[in-house]
Design a protein around this ligand. Structure first.
Ligand SMILES: [Zn+2]
Length: 221
């Protein structure tokens, strides 16, 4: 893969918005977002630069694009990512847009997906979070138990369950099953043993309305 090694996490930007500190033991969710940007490389730098601006009104712990990974906040900081999962969540921003379809994610954004998969596996191991995706029902159920190590959710699921934001990232075309397959390979083997792009992911629900394109990250407290 071109770009930096997956394990390299850069700290070139520092998000200005956060809500104080938390113990690492409080973290039980990994929340997946996308940046709503067209850029493939330079996206995590651009997002970091935006998070350094007071006007951003949002923040996340990590940004990932095709060639690098940036950390904007320490894991002990409470990001402004997706209420009410800010205090308990680690928030990751992927390059790409909610409107992308599955072939696009698996094409241009494939190196980012591998990078994000490594990061998800790494965080799950470090924070003892199960490597599993929670749907809305799962999230609604586990939300009340502060001791319960939960799993991985999308911002879209957080919005659907708690209705404290209207964001729908990373969108219906995002290949969650591919991401999880790669994350599990990293979890088990420490590296990818195979790159599957065509296994059945979550089927597109034809009844869903087209998703609006979000303009930019605006995740208030
Ligand atoms: Zn989001």
């Amino acid at each position: 893969m071109k770009g930096e090694a997956l394990q390299v996490i850069r700290h070139d930007y520092h998000a200005v918005h956060s809500s104080g500190a938390r113990p690492l033991s409080a973290v039980k969710f990994i929340v997946l977002h996308c940046m709503e940007t067209f850029s493939l490389v330079g996206a995590d730098e651009g997002t970091g630069s935006w998070f350094e601006n007071l006007a951003s009104k949002g923040s996340a712990h990590f940004g990932v694009d095709d060639d690098s990974t940036q950390q904007y906040l320490p894991l002990t900081a409470v990001a402004w990512g997706a209420p009410p999962l800010n205090y308990n969540g680690v928030h990751i921003e992927a390059s790409g847009r909610s409107a992308l379809d599955r072939p696009k994610w698996l094409g241009d954004y494939d190196p980012m997906l591998t990078r994000e998969a490594w990061l998800v596996a790494h965080l799950c191991r470090e924070l003892a979070i199960p490597l599993r995706v929670l749907d809305a029902e799962d999230l609604a159920r586990c939300g009340d138990d502060p001791a319960h190590k939960a799993g991985i959710v999308t911002h879209e699921t957080v919005s659907a369950v708690f209705r404290q934001s209207d964001h729908t990232d990373p969108g219906p075309g995002f290949p969650m099953a591919v991401l999880m397959d790669r994350a599990k390979q990293f979890h088990v083997h420490g590296h990818l043993v195979a790159v599957h792009k065509t296994e059945a992911g979550p089927q597109q629900d034809k009844s869903r309305k087209p998703r609006p394109i979000r303009r930019i990250l605006r995740c208030h407290r």
